[in-house]
Design a protein around this ligand. Structure first.
Ligand SMILES: Nc1ncnc2c1ncn2[C@@H]1O[C@H](COP(=O)(O)OP(=O)(O)OP(=O)(O)O)[C@@H](O)[C@H]1O
Ligand SMILES: Nc1ncnc2c1ncn2[C@@H]1O[C@H](COP(=O)(O)OP(=O)(O)OP(=O)(O)O)[C@@H](O)[C@H]1O
Ligand SMILES: [Mg+2]
Ligand SMILES: [Mg+2]
Lengths: 263, 263
């Protein structure tokens, strides 16, 4: 079972869009997939057409009431289940501040039962706080969605520091498995500069004890495609909403690449 | 003096880009402008070419060491000063959890001295946590940068709830003065749907006690323009980097509209 955190504290880079559509593509390819919404915005839940406030267990209750993660799972399509978030998850950061082992609560509640899945994908909020830490402690690998913009590149150092911190203490096997360019505009001058910087950085980290030393930059780039931004308003993945779009093609190819990776 | 929080918990909508370029346009128009970076990503500081880790007082120290805001101000250009952030601001949320009056620390430190400014613009992080609350308690008005995407629209209710909460307790005069469409793509079908929904919502809130009842939707729309994403890598505003670009035109026109508003 691969447990993948979609993590980047920079806002709006494509974390939720990737969690939903990579998840749906893996499920369509016959893999058993679980998605976990750890963002108080509950965008993942909304994108899948799940009403966060409707009946059922949310990730907020998994963390604060100690309910096993398996009890929060709801079926979405064949092979795809989701643990939805509610907006009160925003309160968890403050409520859990003095709880011992607060960073490991998700892992603890997930490991209460054997979850029958090939992939678990966790959608993180745009922050380095307690909710993202819970994802990083439970995950075995991190995929970093990245927009090829300067401001998104700026935060990478802090992102690496956070993963290093989790590796040293709570989860030694955590590593970045891949960096994924989202909302990709190949023609923009800035794009070439940023992709070049990322390639150089990874090359210089090879062989060292660094969170990104074994990472790849996915060959698949998710192109800007307005259909990806339209799909959430129908509560659908890109494959249900616009199966012939560039967005659907890109996420299908990405799923192939993710399944072939050596991890 | 108008104290404006650029606030939207949705990530990547254009908060930082608007704070820098609206600030620069107001300064170029002869207004005295102060920018405050309250985001631990320190993107505002980087965008202005200010090294967050260099010597000087940061907003982290303003909040945690009780240093008057005026002492954190550094000159950027004529009429423009900034209070920069450092990445350790991320720790402030946890460090201040048990401090009495923790939501009002920024206001308290700002009001220690008379700040000679026509406009104070505060860049908020993508969250509803303590840092954003500090901005909302100190601000007299909120401008909401919004991308015309479904997921960005989803969070508006929670955004209104947060502003209502601050109005009831700590800052009764707080209101949303304007909603600004950023990264605007007029041709996209989704754009028409979202702008229509926002217009309808505001119209239905008129005359009620609602944070958005007196808001306008700015006539100015900030178009998608890659030059706006290139400028930060040079530490410049759009006016320094690409004065003849659509981005520079849009933010100039916005500044005119902001100066003419009745508040
Ligand atoms: N490849 C793409 N082409 C066009 N629009 C996209 C693409 N990927 C994502 N979007 C849109 O861009 C916006 C940001 O994407 P998304 O919400 O997935 O990012 P995020 O990193 O999860 O944001 P947050 O930091 O707020 O959680 C959304 O409105 C989404 O619909
Ligand atoms: N009108 C625009 N056209 C093109 N790119 C833009 C535009 N406005 C902002 N950007 C780029 O889009 C990205 C998101 O913008 P920005 O960082 O200002 O948003 P934000 O709301 O401050 O994000 P965060 O939630 O992470 O603080 C940045 O890389 C920025 O350079
Ligand atoms: Mg998201
Ligand atoms: Mg920002």
């Amino acid at each position: 079972m691969r447990i993948i955190a979609l993590f980047n504290q920079k806002g709006g880079v494509g974390k939720t869009t990737t969690t939903v559509n990579l998840g749906a593509a893996l499920a369509d390819a016959g893999k058993k997939v679980v998605l976990v919404d750890l963002d108080p915005q509950a965008n993942l839940s909304t994108h899948l057409g799940v009403d966060p406030e409707s009946a059922g267990i949310s990730t907020y209750r998994v963390l604060t009431d100690g309910i096993p993660l398996i009890e929060a799972l709801r079926p979405v399509t064949d092979n795809l289940r989701v643990a939805p978030a509610t907006t009160d998850l925003a309160a968890a950061e403050v409520e859990l501040v003095s709880v011992v082992g607060r960073e490991s609560l998700l892992r603890k509640m997930a490991e209460k039962n054997k979850i029958d899945a090939d992939f678990v994908l966790i959608d993180c909020p745009p922050s380095l706080g307690l909710l993202s830490l819970n994802a990083l402690v439970y995950a075995s690998e991190v995929i970093v969605p990245l927009q090829a913009h300067f401001l998104a590149l700026q935060g990478m150092e802090k992102l690496f520091d956070t993963i290093s911190m989790v590796r040293q203490g709570l989860n030694p096997k955590l590593h970045i498995s891949g960096i994924l360019f989202c909302q990709f505009e190949a023609a923009a001058r800035l794009t070439g500069e940023v992709t070049g910087e990322v390639d150089n950085f990874i090359a210089s980290a090879r062989g060292q004890n660094h969170p990104v030393s074994n990472a790849i930059v996915f060959q698949t780039q998710i192109r800007r495609n307005i259909k990806l931004a339209e799909a959430p308003s129908f509560g659908q993945s890109i494959f249900q909403y616009a199966p012939n779009s560039a967005g659907a093609a890109d996420y299908s190819v990405l799923a192939e690449e993710v399944m072939k990776m050596k991890v």
